[in-house]
Design a protein around this ligand. Structure first.
Ligand code: AP5
Ligand code: MG
Ligand code: ZN
Length: 213
């Protein structure tokens, strides 16, 4: 299964990606997670990405495309992959298409998670992210067993810099301007499936698997 997950910030891409990656036994590749891991480790890539991420802007394509190309060069994608948060604009979609042609790895599907802005705000304002493994939880909807501590790795939970209200507004704007056009593109070539991202996490995973067939 070679899959792209697309949807606005807070739609639950990361949450669903971890379940779908386990179900299909494929690596979960999140450009946001890779940037955050680099930020945490203070790498050059992290330094380049930080100011863009903190403002809710896209990291420049020159940086992002290289990083994804590199990641798709890894052997673990031979059996498929799940891309979460990439591509996010037309140029990235074109670069990805070129990489996949070269590697003879055509996409199977692009799954869009549909959600309204009111629900996005609720999800992002209560989200907590693990400093250790990067997994998201929620203070109300997906409470960790111990407040402030990750269930998976016991890492500390923190609030992402870009989950502040004004930054979320900018991320939503960018999504509408730059990312929505690629959804129409994937629809026009017959790869798009979409599902509602409302409801219980497990129910949405079932919906996704049913839609992917
Ligand atoms: P990225 O990390 O990809 O952020 P995003 O797309 O804005 O999406 P999020 O991670 O915020 O949300 P999500 O859909 O994964 O939701 P989640 O599962 O966490 O990107 C961050 C930044 O990096 C970008 O702004 C940009 O600067 C840069 N970047 C990344 N990729 C790039 C690219 N390709 N090009 C350029 N720049 C790039 O869920 C959200 C919350 O809701 C959680 O608290 C969760 O617990 C809760 N939740 C999930 N499902 C449910 C449910 N069913 N019911 C109730 N609550 C739920
Ligand atoms: Mg995410
Ligand atoms: Zn963790």
């Amino acid at each position: 299964m070679r899959l792209i997950l697309v949807g606005p910030p807070g739609a639950g891409k990361g949450t669903q990606a971890s379940h779908l990656a386990a179900h299909y036994k494929i690596p979960h590749i999140s450009t946001g997670d890779i940037f955050r891991a680099n930020l945490k480790n203070g790498t050059e890539l992290g330094k380049k990405a930080q100011s863009f991420m903190d403002r809710g802007e896209l990291v420049p394509d020159s940086v992002t495309n290289e990083m994804v190309k590199d990641r798709l060069g890894n052997n673990d994608v031979a059996g498929g992959f799940l891309l979460d948060g990439f591509p996010r604009n037309t140029n990235q979609a074109q670069v990805l298409a070129q990489i996949l042609i070269e590697k003879k790895m055509p996409l199977d599907a692009v799954l869009e998670l549909k959600i309204d802005n009111a629900e996005i705000i609720k999800r992002l304002s209560g989200r907590r992210t693990c400093q250790g493994c990067g997994v998201s939880s929620h203070v109300e909807f997906e409470k960790p067993k111990v407040a402030g501590v990750c269930d998976k790795c016991q890492g500390q939970l923190y609030q992402r810099e870009d989950d502040k209200e004004e930054v979320v507004a900018r991320r939503l704007e960018i999504y509408a301007q730059q990312t929505e056009p690629i959804i129409s593109f994937y629809n026009s070539i017959g790869l798009l499936k979409n599902i509602s991202a409302l409801g219980e996490v497990a129910e949405i995973t079932k919906r996704a698997i049913a839609a992917l067939g």
